[in-house]
Design a protein around this ligand. Structure first.
Ligand SMILES: Cc1cc2nc3c(=O)[nH]c(=O)nc-3n(C[C@H](O)[C@H](O)[C@H](O)COP(=O)(O)O)c2cc1C
Length: 227
């Protein structure tokens, strides 16, 4: 007997087609296949959402390297990211994982793109002032942003986001050439609604994909115009 289709929940939302595309590993593969992607995870409640990003990029054929601050490991275990990426996870500047050279420099040089999601208030402050005392900010400090785009997806509660220090740091980071994604507004883990919520993983993937695609097209145009 033919099975009846399961009833659709009456409140189900059909996502926009471009958002679906940004979540499709086949679409992501057109930009990320074979690319080295660095994902920094810092100690915010949204750290679990980084799992989705890492999983999709790995499915798209990217070589994903995850670096985590000590605080991030309190929220999600390195083992989870290791399983999702199929690669070692960096949690310390002092343990050499894949090479005996200064590993933060080789990871920074090899990355085609870097994304920190979630980026805590603390991480934004460190990056805005050039501090490098954890493995995430240390690797990012060695990235030449004129060649390799670095995206930050802030995530914190409304009060933290509206602190004058956070707002100053965000302005500085944009001036310094970091790409900020969000944050959005909505329900927060502190049981309030406000600004500072991390942009959803699919939308983060969409922004990063679109930016990389535009950069590639611009490079191709430059090469053509030189011929
Ligand atoms: C339960 C809990 C949730 C937290 N969530 C956030 C958060 O969403 N965003 C944030 O900026 N800090 C958050 N913090 C504070 C950071 O974990 C703390 O500032 C930490 O030092 C950040 O370190 P890191 O930037 O090196 O990862 C949270 C702390 C706790 C205990």
């Amino acid at each position: 007997m033919a099975r009846k289709p399961a009833p659709r929940p009456s409140a189900s939302v059909t996502p926009q087609s471009d958002v679906v595309a940004a979540d499709d590993p086949r679409v992501l593969a057109t930009v990320f296949r074979g690319k080295r992607v660095l994902i920094g995870v810092t100690g915010g409640i949204a750290a679990y959402k980084a799992c989705h990003i890492v999983s999709r990029l790995a499915q798209a054929g990217a070589q994903v390297t995850v670096a985590m601050t000590e605080a991030a490991t309190k929220f999600v275990t390195p083992l989870t990211f290791q399983a999702l990426s199929g690669r070692p996870v960096y949690t310390s500047a002092w343990e050499h994982v894949e090479s005996h050279d200064p590993q933060h420099v080789s990871l920074a040089r090899e990355a085609a793109v870097a994304l920190v999601a979630p980026a805590t208030m603390d991480c934004l402050a460190k990056l805005a002032t050039g501090r490098t005392d954890d493995v995430v900010t240390l690797i990012l400090s060695a990235i030449d942003r004129s060649k390799t785009p670095v995206f930050l997806a802030p995530s914190m509660n409304d009060a933290m986001w509206h602190q004058p220090s956070t707002q100053r740091n965000v302005t500085q980071l944009v001036d310094d050439g970091f790409h900020l994604i969000g944050p959005g507004e909505g329900w927060q883990a502190c049981r309030t609604v406000g600004a500072g919520r991390m942009t959803e993983p699919v939308q983060i993937l969409e922004v990063v994909t679109d930016t990389l695609r535009l950069r590639r097209e611009s490079r191709e145009r430059t090469v053509k115009s030189r011929r």
